[in-house]
Ligand binder design. Structure first.
Ligand code: UDP
Length: 292
């Protein structure tokens, strides 16, 4: 096993890597993922996410490696009209980040149509949270976190005074947005299941949701983290965040049936492991001076 740090847009470097090593399959996680930033810097998102992916696919094809697992996102369901989201739902995108995921999915479908030797699995992640149970590996976003749980975590360790709850008037159980949180370890296992599925001769280009199938509100998530950490999370009830959906959660039937995979951790374990990581590493991989 070896490690090479390469920008996917650097085709010669990628060529060299594929020439020196024979890969059976690629799991492609590399991409920018901040919604707000993508609205401000669409060139950066299209360039990095789409050109990077096309370059990777071209080099894979040239070296006869035609098995891919790609990190897509539930964002491709746009603002779903109903829940749970099944893989057959119509697709749309609400911002450049989401469009990069949608376009890459379409590119993969086109590539498979042009050459049936490809085997591609597109995994639509719902809301990954938590950390590795060891407490050594976790999420450490740069700057102000966009996502709920990294923000809540920073409030819990005292780095931020309070959490803004974006929207309290949704038609959900407590008025706050509902999402389908999934433990990162379950998500990782979903990739192993997808890799195994790629050796199935009948697979072409397939898409699977990775979620638990359960919807949890912002207030429920905060309460669970408060319980796991023993810390109080001060809340500021704020307006809706522009572009947010009200309620999004996955249908997990297809993944259970065809990948033989299902999420095993609930909210409690997600918050336990999130807090374990946070309390051991309150400044993530950095130090108090190196963070905003
Ligand atoms: N959210 C919030 N405060 C924050 C960040 C997020 O209330 O500081 C809410 C957000 O409105 C949504 C939920 O938490 O209802 C999950 O947001 P996140 O950005 O993590 O995921 P996404 O909206 O992309 O599914």
């Amino acid at each position: 096993m070896s490690y090479a740090q390469i920008d996917l847009r650097d085709k010669p470097a990628l060529e060299q890597l594929f020439a020196s090593t024979k890969f059976n399959a690629v799991i492609h996680f590399a991409g920018l993922k901040a919604v707000g930033e993508s609205v401000e810097k669409p060139f950066m998102y299209y360039n990095n996410n789409i050109i990077g992916t096309i370059t990777l696919l071209e080099v894979m094809a040239a070296h006869g490696c035609k098995r891919l697992v790609f990190s897509s996102s539930a964002t491709v369901y746009g603002w779903p009209n109903e829940v749970p989201c099944t893989e057959e739902f119509p697709l749309s995108a609400a911002n450049p980040y989401g469009r990069t995921k949608l376009f890459i999915e379409e590119i993969c479908r086109d590539i498979y149509r042009s050459d049936s030797e490809w085997k591609i699995i597109l995994l639509r992640y719902f809301n990954p949270v938590g950390a590795h149970p060891s407490g050594y590996i976790g999420e450490d976003p740069r700057g102000i976190p966009n996502n709920l749980m990294p923000f809540v975590q920073q409030v819990a360790v005292g780095r931020r005074p309070s959490l803004n709850v974006f929207g309290t008037d949704y038609s959900t159980k407590d008025g706050t947005g509902v999402r389908n949180y999934i433990h990162v370890v379950d998500l990782a296992d979903g990739h192993i299941a997808a890799l195994n599925k790629l050796s199935n001769p009948s697979i072409g280009c397939e898409v699977y949701n990775l979620g638990t199938g359960k919807g949890t509100s912002v207030l429920e998530m905060v309460a669970a983290l408060e319980k796991a950490s023993g810390k109080k999370i001060p809340l500021v009830m704020a307006g809706r965040r522009p572009g947010d959906s009200e309620i999004v959660y996955a249908s997990t039937e297809k993944a259970e049936r065809e990948l033989n995979w299902r999420a095993s951790y609930g909210i409690e374990e997600m918050c336990r492991d999130q807090w374990n990581w946070a309390s051991k590493n309150p400044y993530g991989y950095g130090s108090p001076d190196s963070t905003a």
